[in-house]
Design a protein around this ligand. Structure first.
Ligand SMILES: Cc1cc2nc3c(=O)[nH]c(=O)nc-3n(C[C@H](O)[C@H](O)[C@H](O)COP(=O)(O)O)c2cc1C
Length: 284
């Protein structure tokens, strides 16, 4: 069994076994000490089948405490999170977020937002112009802060025996989602995260990643035999798709190239720059 059991609990599977799941034959050979944090991190897998059980009391608060414990640029804390638990509101959000059924199933759906509205208020309260808020840098900062917080939330949820799946499709229909969430100006829903107990029928597995030889550069950006690593990884992923009965057209490289081939492949997200301007982000 993987490092996470049916209930989502991290088992004591040794770290080398987890490295092998992540990298296959290209796994680095490292020590095999017990390290629960590394075990939890290396055991991550997205879950898209949730049981109907509601979350144990306190789960949301623990998850948000972990999210808020992430580092934050200048401690500006330029993000907010909207927790949707009401089934009706969640169903509406699911429809707008790529109509993904697992969002309806999950008892909790978080929307992670870049939030420059709070600093607008802080500026007004201090009678300062808040001019920097009109620059792209501030939007980027908010996006980075929200992403760091989200990943802490994900790990916290997994440590509580829950499964998670990020939802980038939250940007497919940004106007409609902003309206549903009643977002004020300078608040933008970056992505969602469905959270719940993995269902009995969940068959998710640890997904391999590109070898470190392709991802990790020493001192300067170094060029490896990139084609070799892409081919090797594509072959590994083809085996993974087969083992998981996943209906993926072509191998990883083909699938990924198609994903960035056209503006249409952005599933409606090509309008985001205009939309952000509309919502009061200067992006200078
Ligand atoms: C920002 C972000 C957005 C994502 N959006 C979706 C989504 O809308 N639907 C989905 O099924 N998975 C989504 N995913 C999950 C990825 O497909 C998944 O993380 C990736 O395939 C790697 O698999 P793993 O998480 O099981 O290791 C998203 C992941 C991230 C980080």
């Amino acid at each position: 069994m993987a490092g996470v059991d049916k209930g989502g609990n991290v088992s004591a599977e040794n770290l080398n076994a987890l490295l092998e799941r992540r990298y296959g034959a290209d796994a680095p050979s490292l020590g095999d000490d017990v390290n629960p944090v590394l075990q939890a991190l290396l055991s991550h897998k997205s879950v898209r089948h949730f049981s109907a059980d509601s979350l144990p009391d306190g789960s949301l608060e623990w998850i948000v405490a972990a999210a808020q414990s992430a580092a934050s640029s200048s401690n500006l804390q330029t993000w907010s999170v909207i927790a949707i638990q009401d089934p009706e509101q969640k169903a509406k959000a699911a429809t707008l977020c790529g109509d993904q059924e697992f969002i309806r199933q999950a008892p909790l759906f978080l929307l992670l937002c870049a939030d420059l509205n709070r600093l607008t208020t802080v500026s007004e309260l201090n009678e300062l112009p808040g001019e920097a808020l009109d620059y792209f840098e501030m939007f980027l900062m908010a996006t980075i802060d929200a992403s760091l917080a989200a990943q802490n939330a994900a790990i916290a949820a997994e440590s509580l025996g829950l499964g998670i799946c990020y939802v980038g499709a939250a940007r497919n229909k940004p106007r409609e989602l902003s309206e549903l969430l009643q977002l004020p100006p300078r608040v933008f829903a970056l992505f969602g995260m469905a959270i719940g107990k993995p269902s009995e029928t969940d068959v998710s597995a640890i997904k391999p990643r590109l070898p470190q030889a392709e991802m990790l550069h020493h001192e300067v950006y170094g060029w490896t035999d990139r084609k070799q690593w892409i081919d090797r990884y594509s072959a590994t992923m083809s085996d993974f798709y087969l083992s998981q009965h996943m209906n993926v057209q072509g191998d990883w490289a083909k699938h990924s190239a198609k994903r960035v081939a056209t503006a249409e492949a952005l599933s409606g997200r090509h309008i985001l720059l205009d939309f952000l301007h509309e919502r009061g982000f200067g992006l200078k």
